[in-house]
Design a protein around this ligand. Structure first.
Ligand code: TYD
Length: 205
């Protein structure tokens, strides 16, 4: 099973990734967590290039290609082998981040991005994607509280983050793979929704 979390800045995604990981592990499942950009040594190096420094330090196509390069390394070294080994994979961001940020918001061809990504993953799509939806005004306020150097994207304008939110909703609406969850409720409530949903899905298999 391949589970992905998506959402804007400060949505609480990473907390939920951790909670789901702990829940599945405690229930005896083989499970790993990875993140994008990142997950491997090369991926983490590319993450630093992407998330640190000035907003305009590279153009949008360079940026998109680096995100995809990081995905390719994470796919080959972490995700693909784990899925083959019947391990549940939880990934903090994946292809739909690229479609929302680089495709819809930065106007890079969606067909091009989909082509490259399906080449990387041999057309694999996640079994379930949780979109933690939050007003970026609230999300950015939350994420700025964490002392972190990876703020290149957080420093983009509020208009950009509003477009990201709309892009995600556009991708998620009418897509059975998605569950959209209100990110403004408590950590426990969001976690309960997710564990209930996962239990329904795991038991069905
Ligand atoms: P991250 O620390 O994962 O975000 P957060 O913790 O706020 O959820 O930072 C990743 C940033 O990179 C985030 O702003 C979204 C962006 N991103 C893309 O633009 N395209 C991509 O394909 C991915 C994976 C991330």
């Amino acid at each position: 099973m391949f589970i992905v979390f998506e959402g804007g800045e400060g949505s609480g995604k990473s907390t939920q990734v951790k909670l789901l990981y702990e829940y599945l592990k405690a229930n005896g499942y083989k499970v790993i967590v990875t993140r994008e950009p990142g997950g491997t040594k090369i991926g983490e190096q590319l993450r630093t290039i992407l998330l640190q420094g000035k907003i305009d330090k590279m153009n949008t196509i360079t940026e998109a290609l680096i995100f995809l390069a990081a995905r390719s390394d994470n796919w080959e070294k972490i995700i693909k082998p784990a899925l083959k080994n019947n391990t549940i994979v939880i990934c903090d961001r994946f292809q739909d981040s690229t479609l929302a940020y680089q495709g819809i918001c930065n106007n890079i061809s969606i067909d091009l991005l989909n082509d490259i990504c399906s080449t990387i993953t041999n057309n694999t799509v996640p079994d379930r994607t949780y979109l933690i939806d939050i007003d970026p005004v609230i999300g950015l306020r939350r994420s700025m509280r964490h002392c972190n150097k990876d703020v290149r994207f957080e420093n983009k304008s509020i208009e950009y983050h509003k477009r990201v939110r709309e892009a995600y909703l556009q991708i998620a609406n009418n897509n059975d793979r998605y569950l959209i969850i209100d990110g403004t409720t408590t950590i426990e409530k969001v976690n309960n929704i997710i564990t209930q949903d996962i239990n329904n899905r795991l038991l069905k298999r």
